[in-house]
Design a protein. Sequence first.
Length: 200
Amino acid sequence: MLSLTTIFIIINNTSYAVTLEELQQRFAHQPIVRANFTQIRQIQGIPHPLSSSGQMLISQHKGLWWHQQKPFPLTLLLDDNHMVQIMSGQTPQVITADSNPQLFQFNHLMRALFQADRAVLEENFNIEFSDLGQEKWRLILTPKTSPLDKLFTAITLNGQTHLDAILLTDRQGDRTELSFSHHQLTPETLSHEEEQYFKF
């Protein structure tokens, strides 16, 4: 039999308004997020969209590991000091803040998106946050700093319990849609295999 407290919590949750502050706190308590991704790019002048898929892992302490499996293997690693691209049979390409400041700024931004880091987002974007009901939310980011304002018209994030989708629209009229599924928050520590992702 449900207690009155449990019933009260359930009722409260059904009518609960999501805020950006609450969202940031929620994501801050997720030390590791694992998920599958699908990326669809619609490029002006190309009739058919380009699609790719794979797995991602973001660790608050280590960074972002992005492993594309289709249409070909490609791994990106983003941490506080490096951005590494690894393709099969090739020497890893390592980019640092000193060698490419603009690209590294984008690296920093990508991690901020996944963690809803309000300070970083407000520094770079005008923010429009909407509670869509049933704990669904939308965050529309309009760039206000260079070079982001030269690249994107808007970045839109949609989610519920997790970040479910990112839509990037750029100045060329191209669109990149990222969808995330099969989110896994446990275990809250990296396995030995996952630790190796961040060593190169």
